[in-house]
Design a protein around this ligand. Structure first.
Ligand SMILES: NC(=O)C1=CN([C@@H]2O[C@H](COP(=O)(O)OP(=O)(O)OC[C@H]3O[C@@H](n4cnc5c(N)ncnc54)[C@H](OP(=O)(O)O)[C@@H]3O)[C@@H](O)[C@H]2O)C=CC1
Ligand SMILES: Nc1nc(=O)c2c([nH]1)NC[C@@H]1CN(c3ccc(C(=O)N[C@@H](CCC(=O)O)C(=O)O)cc3)C=[N+]21
Length: 300
């Protein structure tokens, strides 16, 4: 038996279509165009590619895209002053500061200087607190995208055993909060977890967000379980030619697909959903800022 492949790319296209409809309505009925500002500090090539594709999709759904590229040696004061300017700009409804930041910048300080209402990443302490207490928040894009795919596949997640591997503030912890919010029994595993294979074998839902290429093999997966692979790892691919690389997840897809009930591929799984949710969060932020009804089905 081979697992159902959850097509994140197709799902993301559907979500972007819904976002585009809302944007059209905001423009037509209210004369408002949502705007997303993305701030990139430094010249990391992978980040540049990612920021460019976000900008392109932002424009495709009809929103305004503002890209701010700062040099790697930008001072904290200069970055904070840009964020302050974006906080006060009525045409900017969402602000994303690409992470990680260069070492000399205090990430917590920078993120917490973003207006929580414009924090479309959901990383500000106010949004983290709102999510943790079950209140209306901006929800981090990657976990939100994972939740949407899980709800779509299962309907209700109530009572399911979920194991999240990874406890980062941007993926693991908010993912666990969302699963708990949907009444899963949630285990958060990390590098100190004892007997990780046994922990994973108990899971009806496995979310892998570790950053280790193909770490989770099929024989850790309970037959029929749903596997969400968040990992984005670039590895050498000599089979494609000398010096070539390819993207793989944190799950060993070839063995896991034999055992799982459903699985997300890499690429084409969680990644495209992350960007779609970023656009969805920007529309949500725009609606809230203007006291308008929020898009349905695009929030947690
Ligand atoms: N698809 C997408 O849109 C996105 C993908 N990603 C990808 O997701 C992955 C995780 O990202 P992120 O959360 O930022 O990563 P972090 O490096 O911040 O966190 C990794 C987590 O994995 C845990 N871990 C590391 N090694 C092991 C191990 N051997 N066994 C069990 N747990 C382990 C760490 O544990 P400990 O805390 O104990 O150190 C940590 O909690 C990366 O591949 C990243 O590229 C990230 C964001 C978005
Ligand atoms: N403030 C902030 N917010 C983020 O959400 C954030 C960030 N910083 N820093 C980096 C990580 C990583 N991330 C990805 C999003 C989409 C894909 C994606 O679309 N991936 C495609 C493949 C793209 C390719 O081919 O390279 C896929 O999986 O199919 C990947 C990675 C968001 N992140």
């Amino acid at each position: 038996m081979s697992a159902t492949i959850i097509d994140g790319k197709a799902f993301a296209a559907k979500v972007r279509g819904q976002v585009a409809e809302h944007v059209a309505r905001l423009k037509g009925d209210h004369g408002i165009t949502p705007g997303l500002a993305v701030v990139l500090v430094g010249e990391d090539p992978a980040s540049q590619v990612y920021v460019r594709s976000k900008g392109k999709m932002t424009v495709e759904v009809g929103m305004n895209s503002y890209e701010h590229k700062l040099s790697a040696d930008t001072s904290e004061d200069d970055l904070l002053s840009l964020i302050n300017q974006l906080n006060n700009d009525p045409g900017v409804h969402g602000i994303l500061v690409q992470l990680p930041l260069p070492k000399h910048l205090n990430e917590d300080l920078v993120i917490n200087s973003i207006d929580p209402a414009k924090d479309v990443d959901g990383f500000h302490i106010s949004n983290v607190g709102l999510l943790g207490t079950g209140q209306k928040a901006m929800v981090p894009c990657t976990p939100l995208g994972c939740l949407m795919m899980l709800r779509d596949h299962h309907g209700s997640l109530s009572g399911m055993n979920a194991v999240v591997i990874g406890r980062s503030n941007i993926v693991g912890k908010p993912m666990a909060q969302l699963l708990l919010g949907d009444s899963c029994t949630v285990t958060i595993a990390h590098s100190r977890t004892k007997d990780l294979p046994a922990v994973v074998r108990g899971a009806d839902i496995v979310v892998a967000a570790v950053g280790r290429p193909q770490m989770v093999p099929g024989d850790w997966i309970k037959p029929g379980a749903t596997v969400i692979d968040v990992g984005i790892n670039r590895i050498d691919a000599p089979e494609k030619g000398e010096g070539k690389t390819r993207l793989v997840g944190d799950v060993d897809f070839d063995s896991a697909v034999q055992v799982a009930g459903a699985i997300t591929p890499v690429p084409g799984g969680v990644g495209p959903m992350t960007i779609a949710c970023l656009l969805a969060n920007t529309v949500t932020a725009c609606c809230r800022a203007n006291g308008l009804a929020e898009p349905e089905g695009l929030t947690a």
